[in-house]
Design a protein around this ligand. Sequence first.
Ligand SMILES: NC(=O)c1ccc[n+]([C@@H]2O[C@H](COP(=O)([O-])OP(=O)(O)OC[C@H]3O[C@@H](n4cnc5c(N)ncnc54)[C@H](OP(=O)(O)O)[C@@H]3O)[C@@H](O)[C@H]2O)c1
Length: 254
Amino acid sequence: MIEEYGLRGRVVIITGATGSIGSAIATEFYNQGAQVVLTGRRHDKLEKLSINLTAHQTKHQLTPLCVPLDLTATDADKTLVSAAIEKFDRLDIVINNAGDINGYMFLKTTPEILNHIMHLNFSVPYNICRTALPHMLRGKYGRIINITSIAGYFGDAGMSAYAASKGGLASATKSIATEYGRRNITANCIAPGIIDTPQIQKIPAERRKELRNLTPMHRFGKPEEVAHLAAFLASERAAFINGQQIHINGGIIR
Ligand SMILES: NC(=O)c1ccc[n+]([C@@H]2O[C@H](COP(=O)([O-])OP(=O)(O)OC[C@H]3O[C@@H](n4cnc5c(N)ncnc54)[C@H](OP(=O)(O)O)[C@@H]3O)[C@@H](O)[C@H]2O)c1
């Protein structure tokens, strides 16, 4: 593994680290020598990820900090950021990746579903950004990376609540970028297209084929490809990229 992004020593919070894309991001940052703070609700998955990371890395002996947490709980943003600060006394990078990717047809989207999706996919990352920012200001360096979605950009059938949550997050991220860019804090989004995850593998084969063919590259993305982009955006090399939503979708331009 080449540490190509200069992330050694950076402290990074990664939400949704127990998921497909989140665990790839955690692996990439850990291998780059960053001090990873990992969260998700599933304790056992977090522990397993942490053990796997340390077992496969001989170059450095960093121990991931695991913070099992339901991010929709009251003050979860504060609990998470405080855990990172208490342990490392700094926070350089936040990757808001946790999300509920379930879709519902518009007329089936009850107020409860809407509230849940907006809470987890929009308010949670928003609040984490707000709680993390003062620490980035103190460190004179910050990288906020919010994982949005192609659906938040184009909209999609059966995805009205999800699309709204991700579209809203993209807009909020741009606003943060314009407020804090001059303080060496960048805020960007990564909007994945269809990424090959267990959720996608559950789709019937025929439909999967159709979806693959909708992508000009005729394949799904890999979680690791999203992770590479996140590492680049988190690095000094991406210092002038701010307020952008970077699409990683194999060429869908619709
Ligand atoms: N997969 C795709 O094709 C795709 C495409 C576009 C965008 N995205 C976006 O990419 C991100 C990751 O997606 P994924 O495919 O990797 O999904 P995933 O495997 O289902 O992972 C979702 C993650 O969110 C965490 N999470 C869910 N509810 C939570 C809660 N209440 N509190 C704390 N953590 C919670 C889960 O952890 P626990 O279950 O342990 O709590 C899990 O780690 C999402 O934001 C998604 O919208 C994915």
